[in-house]
Design a protein around this ligand. Sequence first.
Ligand SMILES: NC(=O)NCCC(=O)O
Ligand SMILES: [Zn+2]
Ligand SMILES: [Zn+2]
Length: 479
Amino acid sequence: MTTTPASAGGTPGTGRLLVRGGLVITAAEETPADVLVEDGRIAALAAHGSSAAEAWTAERVIDATGRYVIPGGVDAHTHMELPFGGTFASDDFETGTRAAAWGGTTTIVDFAVQSRGGALREGLDAWHAKAEGRCAIDYAFHMILSDVNESSLKEMDLLVDEGITSFKLFMAYPGVFYSDDGQILRAMQRGAASGGLIMMHAENGIAIDVLVEQALARGETDPRHHGEVRKVLLEAEATHRAIQLSRVAGAPLYVVHVSAEEAVAEIAAARDKGLPVFGETCPQYLFLSTDNLAEPDFEGAKYVCSTPLRPREHQAALWRGLRGNDLQVVSTDHCPFCFSGQKELGRGDFSRIPNGLPGVEHRMDLLHQAVLDGHISRRRWIEIACATPARMFGLYPRKGTIAPGADADLVIYDPAAEQTLSAATHHMNVDYSAYEGRTLTGRVETVLSRGRVVLDGREYTGSPGHGRFVPRSTCQYLD
Ligand SMILES: NC(=O)NCCC(=O)O
Ligand SMILES: [Zn+2]
Ligand SMILES: [Zn+2]
């Protein structure tokens, strides 16, 4: 084990802190080691009881005996304050990043939005203004392209240069975020040239809108019909089409919020050919299903998101995809809307229910439960939740691992603590929990963000404005 000194930087003034006695888990290894933090960075690791570790002194020593010491989570898909369906996602950057910290996530990558007819710059400036001075943890941005034209294509290059190195396109939501195949191909070509990674919402939105209209005409207005019209075949078809377009453009492709077995199969087939195609899924597709969408008295609205929740049988393919690396990342797609006053906008018309689920607080814990349930290994947990999202989006090794020189974004995790998820106890600004009453084993105990303790033995010690914008390099998962 090395004891490399930290380079200058990080968070000056946070001093020296020592995490003693824990099991350090990264994507690469599990090591019983002490971790020395200096000025906001990892300074060194050394085996418990080694002469190097015994010689260390620090202003604060955290006893991690019986605990895991893991990298802070990297959630590469959040939507704080997203405008959608005439309302806004209910977490802003202050409440959303605080909830993320409670759940052991220390970096989010949120989506700045280009409005139709607007410039990328305007959208990016607006998102900087929303986030600056408010975040408890570090943050970065992707850019949503809602209007691919000559000028926005040119702007893509400028954004890559300033650390916005990924762009989301939508094959869904005609008239809102939707891009046609020609626009998609052009954006992919531009991304291929500049290193900007294209992220795809892969659902055939044109066909879905026909089915929505027909369903409503038949009087099928309940939330469960949202799942029925957004058919598996239309996710698979769009995934296939996106892959073919990316091949034509010579561009890598990252498919977001994959929910259907058939879509995983498309990604797996592309990867079998050696193509740079990657997939992300989310906890809601792994733990929830159309049974939730069918809950009576409009309760199913709590589970309306797109791509939609699928029948439970799809979950096995998602877990298999995560184990076999056909899917690389689990992000939350955190996009909360309160049941009262927001989800209720769609009473009598499921197509008016704002799309999205809360989840930024629970990703690390749900995936730890998946370790205990035998779906993934401990190291794979850290790989899909920390290391790979950091590499995929140009944040590694500053984020996503525990190594000398990395930011001291650390989580002391109690693998034996029991907790019950509930809206009464969560920290997200939303009036329901998608996991109400679910009992999990494992809980975040203490969290460091760049060496600063932001959660201290389940007491919140963070503050808005500690979190900084992190410009990203281009995708490192292709290296
Ligand atoms: N996923 C969802 O339902 N809402 C957020 C927007 C998106 O990611 O498509
Ligand atoms: Zn999407
Ligand atoms: Zn999203």
